[in-house]
Design a protein around this ligand. Structure first.
Ligand code: PDD
Length: 283
C-alpha cells in the first residue's frame, strides 16, 4: 500500500511521524474521506470545499491549491489501483498543524503542516445488509458546538459509536438537548414520515455531509418530497423509515431503533427509491 506523506509517496511501512506532531498531541487537525469509483474521486470539488471550510474553522492555511490536490490524489489513486483489483477506493486525507514543542497555542512562527493521505479499498454495504437494514440506538449528543468542522479530534464520536457497538448496534443516532436530531456518530441521518424526507439543517451542530447533499439533490431531481428543518426526537422515534448516509456506507436503511422496529421493521419505499438512484448517480 502506497501512502503520501509531506510531499512524497512511499510504502506505508516507511511512513514516520514525530511524536510531537500536534495531531498526535492535541488532535489539532482536520480530515476528509473521499470515495473513488472506477478510479474517479466522487464529488471531489465538494470534498475540497468542505476541507477548506474545516481548515478555515481551525485557522490553518490550505497547503495546496485545488489543482495540486487533484494531481496528488490522482497519483495516489493510480499507485493504489495498479494491480487492477483495487478500483474502488476511499481516500483518507489528513492535515495537522505540524510538529512543534508542546504548547496549546499555535506555533509562532507557524511550522509546515503535516499532510498525510491514504487509500483503502472501498467495500460498500453488501446486499444482505441492504435487505436487513441496520440497528441503531439513540444517545445524547454531547459533542462541542463546531461539529461542522471535520476535526481529527474524534474522541466524542469514538465513545458514541462504541456505545452503539456495545448495544449490538451499527450506529448511534445523536439527539441534542434531549430534543432534536443532529446526525450519527460518523454519518448523517434522515427521517421519513408520510412519504416525505426530513433532513436536519446544515448548521454548526452537524457535519455537512457530501452524501447528504447528494441525497437531497436526488430527491429534488426525482420529485421526492423533502424538507430541511429541525427534526424532533419524537419524529425520530416515530419515523416510518430512517436512513443513514456517509461516503463509505452510501445510503443504508435503519430498521431497528433502541430495540424496536422502525416502521414495519423492513427497508421502506423511500430507501427502495433512493438507493438505486444513488447507485446510478455515483458511476
Ligand atoms: N464520516 N457526520 C459525521 C460525524 C461523519 O463523520 C461523517 C462521515 C458524516 C457523513 O459525511 P459524508 O457523507 O461527507 O461522508 C456525517 C466519515 C466517512 C469517516 O469519518 O470515516
Amino acid at each position: 500500500m502506497t501512502i503520501y506523506l509531506n510531499g512524497a509517496f512511499m510504502p506505508i511501512e516507511e511512513a514516520r511521524i514525530s511524536v510531537l506532531d500536534r495531531g498526535f498531541i492535541f488532535g489539532d487537525g482536520v480530515y476528509e474521506v473521499i470515495p473513488v469509483y472506477s478510479r474517479r474521486p466522487f464529488r471531489l470539488a465538494e470534498h475540497l470545499q468542505r476541507l477548506q471550510h474545516s481548515l478555515d474553522g481551525i485557522k490553518l492555511k490550505n497547503p495546496h491549491s485545488e489543482r495540486e490536490w487533484t494531481a496528488i490524489l490522482s497519483e495516489l489513486i493510480e499507485r493504489n489501483a495498479q494491480d487492477g483489483r483495487n478500483q474502488d477506493q476511499y481516500l483518507y486525507l489528513h492535515i495537522t498543524r505540524g510538529v512543534a514543542k508542546r504548547d496549546h497555542a499555535f506555533p509562532n512562527p507557524p511550522v509546515p503542516p503535516t499532510v498525510f493521505l491514504l487509500s483503502n479499498p472501498l467495500t460498500t454495504p453488501p446486499a444482505e445488509l441492504l435487505q436487513s437494514g441496520i440497528a441503531c440506538i439513540t444517545v445524547a449528543d454531547n459533542r462541542w458546538l463546531r461539529c461542522d468542522i471535520k476535526a481529527i479530534a474524534l474522541l466524542p464520536n469514538v465513545l458514541l459509536r462504541q456505545a452503539a457497538v456495545e448495544a449490538g448496534c451499527a450506529e448511534a443516532i445523536l439527539i441534542r438537548d434531549d430534543a432534536f436530531l443532529t446526525e450519527g456518530a460518523a454519518s448523517n441521518i434522515f427521517v421519513v414520515k408520510n412519504g416525505k424526507l426530513l433532513a436536519p439543517p446544515k448548521d454548526n451542530l452537524m457535519l455537512p455531509g457530501i452524501t447528504y447533499d447528494v441525497i437531497l439533490e436526488l430527491a429534488a431531481a426525482n420529485g421526492i418530497p423533502y424538507k430541511v428543518r429541525r427534526v424532533t426526537k419524537a419524529e425520530v422515534l416515530g419515523a416510518d423509515e430512517l436512513l443513514l448516509t456517509s461516503s463509505t456506507k452510501e445510503v443504508l436503511p435503519i430498521t431497528q431503533l433502541d430495540g424496536k422496529p422502525v416502521g414495519n421493521g423492513k427497508p421502506g419505499a423511500m430507501f427502495a427509491k433512493l438507493h438505486p438512484l444513488y447507485q446510478t448517480f455515483k458511476r
